[in-house]
Design a protein around this ligand. Structure first.
Ligand code: NZQ
Ligand code: ZN
Length: 394
């Protein structure tokens, strides 16, 4: 069994009244001048942004606002935030939004005390030793950034999307009110659930499959997210099921499902090239890649795929033919993706055929100019990456 460290310092404040505590939480974690960071219009439209600003004001906490974070958040917006925070003397960053806003907030927080270019961290040229504290009011359960140590930023120069992980960036607190997710469009709801299920699956498909409790937890999350997403598709204001999904997004990516196993992340890395190049929704990009990845790698640990088929996708176990059972599990997952409006290949994702040149370019980027591999379940070289992209073209 793999040794592990489990570090999850974020204070989660969950429920319908959770937002009321925002000012006292900011004070608790030392904030005196706050950057309220947000995305497009959703937090304005719902009144959440005004509510949060009003509560900070009532709590005598000074703040400045910076909106305009787009999905697949851009480096240029973070650089604007870094300048603003330095100019205003900001000492705490509060993200009001989803993974994109939280990741942009983390990038700003790294950049403020750093004398060089914040992109250095994402390029692996530097490691952060200090940053401003970050916290969030979550509005879309998906990326898990509200408890994770990761942030993923797109540099518009070259459409390069890179992640940087550092425990320092785990948010101080995460306010989660499931009611705030009632306004999510079905596509974002489905993409979010796909992402959190994939965060679980990236750790579930492992060769170190002897930490049974982690496996049990992962299967429970996957089954629960499937049921819950079907229910909220029928009834978007189902608080109970929205709450399952909101908490699911956090536990899927706060490290719990990675205890004692080696994680893979190949589907994520292959996807980041898709959202970097085509600016697609991350969760949808994952759904477009995973079935091809799964078929390509399943023989590395066929038992794991059989277990997934039977325990998660409710496929009857044909003990005489494990390969067929495993394949039926992958097909059942494709049917699930279609049921919730997700694509199962790149053509469905981008609405046209992907060209050979585009596949070559994604392969080049994903393999860091043919120098790097990705994945653990099966270690993928550039040729493997290209083969999976070709299988996924649809
Ligand atoms: O910009 P607004 O108007 O707020 O609209 C957003 C956005 O268009 C909308 N939205 C959010 N809350 C809403 C809402 N619409 C209605 N009602 C609400 N309550 O949803 C859209 C998507 O938001 P975004 O923040 O982009 O979604 P998500 O949380 O899926 O974040 C995706 C980003 O996170 C990265 C992805 O690569 C992608 O860039 N990831 C971050 C990770 C991490 N930091 O640990 C891990 C993930 O694997 C992922 O890579
Ligand atoms: Zn993800």
């Amino acid at each position: 069994m793999k040794d592990f460290k489990y570090y999850t310092p974020t204070e989660v404040v969950f429920g319908e009244q959770s937002e009321e505590q925002v000012a006292q939480l900011v004070k608790k974690y030392g904030g005196t001048k706050v950057l309220v960071h947000y995305g497009g219009k959703s937090a304005e439209r719902s009144g959440l942004l005004d509510k949060i600003c009003g509560l900070l004001k009532e709590g005598d906490i000074d703040y400045v606002k910076l909106g305009g974070v787009v999905p697949n958040p851009r480096l240029s917006k973070a650089q604007e935030g870094i300048e603003l925070c330095r100019w205003e003397g900001v000492d705490f960053i509060l993200a009001v939004g989803g993974g994109s806003v939280i990741d942009s907030a983390k990038c700003i927080a790294y950049g403020v005390p750093y004398l060089g270019d914040v992109w250095d961290f994402y390029l692996g040229k530097a490691s952060a030793t200090e940053m401003l504290p970050v916290a969030c009011v979550l509005t879309i359960p998906a990326a898990g950034s509200e408890m994770s140590e990761a942030s993923v930023i797109t540099n518009e120069e070259g459409d390069v999307k890179l992640g940087y992980s550092n425990d320092l960036s785990r948010p101080k607190f995460a306010i989660m009110n499931p009611r705030r997710t009632f306004t999510l469009p079905p596509y974002q709801t489905a993409a979010g659930v796909t992402d959190m299920m994939m965060h679980t699956m990236e750790r579930y498909f492992t060769k170190d499959d002897d930490m049974d409790l982690t496996t049990d937890i992962a299967e429970a999350i996957l089954r629960r997210m499937k049921t819950a997403v079907y229910d909220v598709m029928k009834d978007p204001e189902n608080y109970r099921q929205r709450a399952q999904i909101m908490w699911g997004g956090s536990v899927a990516h706060n490290g719990l499902t990675g205890c004692g196993v080696s994680d893979d992340w190949a589907t994520h890395q292959l996807e980041h090239e898709l959202s970097g190049m085509f600016d697609v929704t991350h969760g949808a990009g994952l759904a477009a890649i995973w079935p091809s990845w799964a078929r390509y790698v399943m023989h590395e640990n066929l038992n794991r795929f059989v277990r997934f088929a039977v325990n998660v996708m409710d496929v009857p176990n044909d003990f005489t033919d494990p390969e067929t059972t495993a394949l039926k599990g992958i097909e059942a997952m494709e049917r699930f993706y279609h049921d919730i409006g997700m694509p199962v290949n790149i053509k469905e994702l981008i609405g046209r055929d992907i060209t050979d040149e585009e596949i070559k370019e994604m392969t080049r980027k994903c393999s860091r100019d043919y120098t790097a591999t990705c994945g653990q379940f099966k270690i993928l070289k550039a040729d493997d990456m290209e083969a999976i992209y070709k299988m996924a073209r649809g």
